[in-house]
Design a protein around this ligand. Sequence first.
Ligand code: BGC
Length: 797
Amino acid sequence: MKKRLLTKVQGMVRVSLPFYLLTLLPLVGCTSADKVTRTIDQEEILSKLSLEDKAHFVIGTGMAGFSGDDAVIGATRSIVPGAAGTTFPLDSLGIPAVVLADGPAGLRIDATREGDSATYYCTHFPIGTLLASTWNTQLVEEVGQAIGEEVKEYGADVLLAPAINIMRNPLCGRNFEYYSEDPVVAGWTAAAYIRGVQKNDVGTSIKHFAANNQETNRMNTDAHISQRALREIYLKGFEIAIKESKPWTVMTSYNYINGIYTSESKDLVTTILRDEWGYEGTVMTDWFGGKDGAKQMWAGNDMLQPGKAEQFDSIVTAVKSGKLAEADLDRSVQRILNLVERSPRYQGYQYSNKPDLKAHAAVTRTSAAEGMVLMKNEQALPFGKQIKNVALYGCTSYDFIAGGTGSGNVNHAYVVSLLDGLKNGGYTVSDELKTTYEQYIAACKAAREKELAEMAKKDKQAAMLASFMPGTLPAEKLFTADELTAQASVADVALITIGRISGEFLDRKQADFNLNESEQKLIQQVCDVYHKAGKQVVVLLNIGGVIETATWKELPDAILCAWQAGQEGGNSVVDVLSGKLSPSGKFTMTWPVKFTDAYSSRNFPIDQDPRIDMMNQGQKGNVKNVDYTDYEENIYIGYRYFDSFDVPVSYPFGFGLSYTTFEYSDARIAQKDDAYEVSVTVKNTGAHEGKEVVELYISAPDNKAADKPTKELKAYAKTRQLKPGESETLTLTVKAADLASFDETASAWVVAAGEYQFLVGASSQDIRATLTAEAKAQQTKVNNVLKPQVQMNLLKR
Ligand code: BGC
């Protein structure tokens, strides 16, 4: 039996296809057991396992469909069809396989199952970027709780989320899943999400640990990062969330950091994660991540998902030859047993396959509205009573984008388009425009299908890749001046949606950052004609990442960034346009004027072939920004760069308007024990209800000479819904230790003594109050690990 299993594991590595497409598993049945509290006698289990059993147990069960019918080991392929993987079952010992499924915008499993008329749709919640843009940790926790209920009721045990890599560059293809360019926003949002999901007694997997900041060649690229940037930026968000919310699992990333695969790095996975941060859960690889199984075990990466034959061989051989202590393997086996023990499946939870999808649709609708960012508003929004008839432009208005592609996608039952959202909100939309667009979109889709079919004849793999990679959206339909004039004569307002889609495996191109010619013309022409007719124009952004705005933002009367707002998107947008809800989202990243203004753009894979990863076949090359990337901007990411080097931006970090206005007053600071408490009173001084986000930055003494950013976010808070004239006093706390910067020479977090400024802001460039307080010198030594092996020309102030 053991031998058969091994053969099948070896068979798995033959084909290298993207796995998430290949999870269409047939349903055999659902496991359910009595709901009892059960513990696992780890000693006993361990005593019964051979070396081979242990090696199987730590490498998962393979991936259904990954290499043909023969590829899947064990009987677990059909527990929850469409889930990304499972742990390895030890049936004779009563240890079930527990189910691991993506995340993060909802649970990703198959919606339908062969021979089963029931459906298993999951709620498509807003993308991570939108959730973070709410700056409302309570709300993020509620969303997490709703997602966790679907995880539990559909029989999964661990959600492979949240994804919290830093948005190092605007073009990273997976930025839509991520939260921010700032580690405090990323860490706090992740902590809230994890708390929410895990309230259901299911697990999470915070990912991708760490520095997975580009998709190009993601399985082989080496991130060259200074120890300081690692500690202050790329690890910090993980540190915050892991210490605060204790995710059941951590997923290591694909990339190398300073020459070592993260999953093979003892410094990262044991020294920092466990010894320094006290993490006690299970660590797993990203799917097929890393190479050397024995090294991964030695490093403390407990579980290798979904398992590769060479990893099995490497572990067994290394133990036999004494290179890997069996005790190291046992320790990982035990950590996986811990995970199994706390899983709903082991605890015999009887899942219903009937989560409350209706309630969750309401959760996604309101949470999405709260993360939308009002970028400009010249008395165009909210729509007044006179607005009844809306002229709807832009293909995406009719074909709304709920989220990004890849493992972060969700198999949703429906997506409310902007067209439907407007109708649901009681607005009239021109039927003529609707028909024109529907025909145009259908023709574009047919042309695309034809193109793919032609491609498939020549290169099957290229066609398959093209079919699931984020597609190019059709060029915008343009109208003649006469057509526009006629449309404007019957409409009360024009709404133009600009869409963008991105996803896993592929970084965005520069052309995707900029508006294309048809989009520029559409905005220009609609604005010209409607303004002449005395009508206003609103631009809506249905996007997953930052785009260029500086060249066109003067044209429309209002701009609303709706992000990719999940399956209720159209309804959420209309809740904001109509004024039912006042927008209160703020940007968690900077919007540069030009893409090249971000310093990291000098060291980022620009416009590379998407197949470079597969073409490389795991070989480490030496092409700059593909095989390795020098993080020369050091800690100067996002606003830390733009604000410290006075580089103009289109929209600053932390920016977002409201339908109302807020006045900040009575800002005070108090020093308590080892912390600073800053309080400020926020008053709604406008005519609408609304919520306000208050951001607290610190500015270190002599920051320029000390090569520190002019300001760094340390805390934030959001008011409750304030009626006109109402006030709320918010209190924000910063621990004295959080004033520290990382000193590489001392290998320590160091707080320099002196006077710190505490800046209370409505954005990073809209500081409303400046307070000061003294700090005493402090130093906390940590391990001198993860040192770059190369010299870099690091940016300094
Ligand atoms: C992604 C992970 C995901 C995993 C399982 C990988 O390609 O990077 O984020 O959780 O697949 O689907």
